[in-house]
Design a protein around this ligand. Structure first.
Ligand code: MTE
Length: 316
């Protein structure tokens, strides 16, 4: 099992009241609204509680989270920089409070939600996922968040909704490459097919390693789609549109022959400039630890049926 929610947790792991109070403080620190019984129960402010959860949420104990310092300090955030070491510092200028998300398009109930109103209706979960970047490196991250499907259902998608488009905030005053219109056509846009978006593995993350998401990792709200290359996991989302047609996504637009719409992890389909057969796992043995890349990043059992009628060599 990959996803662990409160009901799956044995009573021995249920948070004692004194730690719950700590959580409460942490959640208040995040500025999240506490709505009575809807307190995000798995969103612990106490690392000890979260390390319990993390251990039990590991499907077969083989997924060992990458050291948090690496995950925080080796990031891709092109709005700020092309240098993975610099976004940690540069992203700190971002303004992320208040934050709202607009949901529109092919839905019965278009709305703009304050992030705290979204979170007050969710039970947050910790999910330990592999994360594979198209560049050939990978990591294992214990994300904290909830299923994207939960949020989409709040807007009541119409039967005409076939695709979902996600858009990152435009904040040129804090994002140098947006301001200077460098490299990519901002704002960053990503997309999923509706069945991919509704899949239970697809999540919106607000935290990682038991703490709120660092700005450089996409705070306050990012997508995580563990069977797809990392560029699909768009950061700092402010807009979600349900569409009849596939959206034109940022990387697909900038280099269509290199970055497809689907971007499912597939060791058999090389990037035009490098093989995707193996990956460098961030962590111990930083430069030498390599592992074989798995089809759908190892999540084939859960997601292969979404693509049963497609020739994956052509839909990259
Ligand atoms: N989202 C936005 N808005 N801007 C970006 O530059 N980079 C993508 C993705 N989401 C990116 C983004 C890429 S290329 C990757 S590999 C992942 O974020 C990296 O996530 P991480 O920096 O948290 O490891």
């Amino acid at each position: 099992m990959i996803i662990k929610t409160e009901k799956d947790i044995p009573s021995s792991e249920i948070t004692p009241p004194e730690i719950f109070q700590e959580r409460r403080k942490f959640i208040q620190m995040l500025g999240l609204t506490l709505a009575g019984a809807n307190i995000p129960s798995a969103f612990a402010g106490d690392n000890k509680v979260f390390s319990n959860l993390a251990k039990s949420a590991t499907p077969d104990n083989s997924l060992k989270p990458t050291p948090v310092e690496l995950v925080k300090n080796y990031t891709n955030y092109y709005e700020f920089t092309f240098n993975k070491d610099d976004s940690t510092k540069l992203a700190q200028s971002m303004v992320i409070d208040p934050w709202s998300v607009e949901i529109s398009g092919e839905v019965e109930k278009p709305a703009t939600y304050h992030l705290e109103d979204i979170l007050s209706q969710q039970t947050l979960e910790e999910r330990i996922y592999r994360f594979r970047c198209v560049e050939g490196w990978s990591m294992v991250v214990p994300w904290v968040g909830f299923s994207l499907a939960n949020l989409l259902k709040m807007a009541k998608p119409l039967s005409t909704a076939q695709f979902v488009k996600f858009t990152t905030i435009e904040q040129p005053e804090t994002m140098p490459n947006q301001r200077e219109k460098k490299m990519l056509d901002f704002p960053y846009v990503e997309g999923l097919r509706i069945d991919e978006a509704m899949h239970p593995l697809t999540m919106l993350a607000v935290g990682m390693y038991g703490e709120k998401l660092p700005k450089q990792n996409g705070a306050p709200l990012r997508l995580v789609v563990p069977w797809k290359y990392g560029f699909k996991s768009i950061k700092a989302i402010v807009k979600i549109e349900l569409l009849k047609k596939p959206p034109l996504t940022t990387w697909n637009k900038s280099a269509p022959q290199e970055y497809g719409f689907y971007a499912n992890v597939n060791p058999a389909v090389s990037h035009p400039r490098w093989s995707q057969n193996s990956e460098r796992l961030l962590g111990s043995g930083f430069f030498t630890s390599r592992r074989q890349t798995e089809l759908f990043n190892g999540y084939g059992e859960q997601v292969a049926s979404l693509y049963k009628d497609m020739d994956l060599r052509h839909f990259f």
